[in-house]
Design a protein around this ligand. Structure first.
Ligand code: SF4
Length: 222
């Protein structure tokens, strides 16, 4: 079994609970969605150049860096054939913290029974401006635990209302971490802060995409 890896590098985690910490990124080819604001569409093209890597090769690369946070991303990493096997292999190493950035359209329940050190999900909920909201699996909300994160990718006040509705309906703040992440260029972070204040959204975290602050918004490999 080999995996289609389009990028692998060490940087700082830009999202989720370990934001700001060093992490190894393994980016896999392909995505089942086509969000209007996607900034990694190049990785989703059928003819994208990739390196075929076995789970052993991926593990050796990770261990060779000496960094313990691992972020599996894409594209959509959970649609890679054999991802359960790779997760099982990586999670046996208790020094590693394995995090999966997933787009909310794949059933995470298929990947939660992993031996060893359970992987952590940072799961997006794509709101209307993505054009993909009808692909979101609401049932995923019931499968999250306190090591996991839901990230609402918001582009307008209407989308903040929808996010709040879902937070309340699925009692997300009792289950996991909840983040608001602005769509770059669509909504000002200040508007989100005002919304959080007006609605007293205790424990919701505003998350700015660190990579877009530190580097140019379209820089790859960071
Ligand atoms: S889910 Fe992520 S990678 Fe896939 S199209 Fe949307 S933004 Fe791009």
């Amino acid at each position: 079994m080999s995996y289609r890896v389009v990028e692998k590098f060490v940087s700082v985690n830009g999202e989720g609970k370990r934001s700001g910490q060093l992490a190894i990124f393994i980016r896999f080819a392909g995505c089942n969605l086509r969000c209007t604001y996607c900034d990694t569409m190049w990785a989703n093209k059928d003819d994208v150049a990739y390196t075929a890597m076995s789970k052993e090769e991926i593990y050796e690369y990770i261990k060779g860096t000496g960094v313990n946070n691992v972020t599996l991303t894409g594209g959509e990493p959970l649609i890679q054939a054999g991802m359960d096997d790779l997760l099982d292999y990586l999670c046996r190493d208790s020094e590693l913290t394995v995090e999966i950035e997933t787009n909310g359209s794949v059933d995470i329940g298929n990947f939660s029974e992993i031996n060893g050190n359970k992987p952590k999900f940072t799961m997006d909920y794509k709101l209307a401006s993505s054009g993909m909201e009808n692909r979101m699996l609401l049932n995923n909300f019931t499968k999250l635990s306190n090591e996991d994160t839901v990230k609402f990718v918001v582009g307008s006040v209407e989308e903040l209302h929808k996010a709040k509705f879902l937070i309340d309906r699925y009692r997300l703040l009792d289950r996991c971490s909840v983040y608001f992440s602005p769509i770059f260029g669509s909504i000002e972070p200040e508007t989100i802060v005002e919304y959080m204040k007006d609605n007293v959204l205790n424990n919701v975290v505003l998350q700015l995409q660190l990579h877009k602050i530190i580097w140019s918004p379209d820089k790859k490999g960071v």
